[in-house]
Design a protein. Sequence first.
Length: 359
Amino acid sequence: MNIANAAVSLSALQHNLAALRALAPASKVLVVIKANAYGHGMLQVAKCLQQYADGFAVARTNEALTLRQAGINSKLLVLEGFFDEAEALILASNDISTVIHSEQQLIQLETLRLPNPLDTWIKLDTGMHRLGLLPEQFTALMPRIEACHNIQTKPTFISHFACADEIEHPLNRKQIAEFNDLCEGYDVEASLANSAGILLWPDSHKDWNRPGISIYGISPQIDNTGKDLNLLPVMTLQSNLIAVREHPKGETVGYGATWQAEQDTRLGVVAMGYGDGYPRSAPSGTPVWVNGRLVPIVGRVSMDMLCVDLGAKATDSVGDRVVLWGAELPVETVAKAVGTIAYELVTKLTSRVRLSYIK
Ligand SMILES: *Cc1c(COP(=O)(O)O)cnc(C)c1O
């Protein structure tokens, strides 16, 4: 029995990419597969979407190198760019595109000797204030960028939203306007929209869109689910009941004895814990799907197991399938109960959880 596993639907991945393309038909798509494709398996996701995507984005050079070495020949962009000259050399030698977000990176490229110029994406800080060139800095550095022998002519301009998932937030309009201003007058390609940009901000659709979370069928917003956005959940995290126990009123369960039964009931023990990446912070009451209904977690999540209250009249048996999140129970709902975002839940699964791929 392949207990505690995650099934990844390849057809759902393809559906989601097509749905996102339909929302922005004029834009090319760089599918974001950083952090092991948000926990879904970077190589398998890349192979599944290779023929439909215009390229892939990752955060780090080692992620891009893994893709190249596995034979992925799509366009690959490293969103954080390189940190030193050795890394810049790896990018150039493997035909990997880079972001430049600082003058320090530019100085390195001005002095380095690379085998070929880099496809470079100039990161503009339009309000996120994490990485990127501020407008004045951009204006000052652009002549040097255009003159740099290690940068291909016509870099792409890229910026990132801070609050695109919040439809009311005034920063969104400001960032779009700022980005448009900075691009004005340059004959280059541009990229602004992440998932929330694609779904909520049509004005942010530029030459390249960069969907991450939505590709996996998950909403970037906190108050809805992928289903509301015509997306299909890709990952189903599942396990099985390994014990069903009579549990008398007044007795507690688990470490710290944090939960006490208010009446006689039956508890199910599920082979899933924080050693699998299921959050230990999930409080009693967090929903779990068993045999067509939602039941609450009771007591603390432990390393290898968690307990659920099946109810006094439960007929569930050892071996029955349990879904922690997936088609039966949106990961967004679990994230809300836990007080985090679905991005974190899917990304934190550990290597003990076997991923399997379904056509
Ligand atoms: C992670 C990331 C994305 C994807 O964001 P989602 O919200 O997952 O769609 C896009 N662009 C950049 C720069 C990122 O770091």
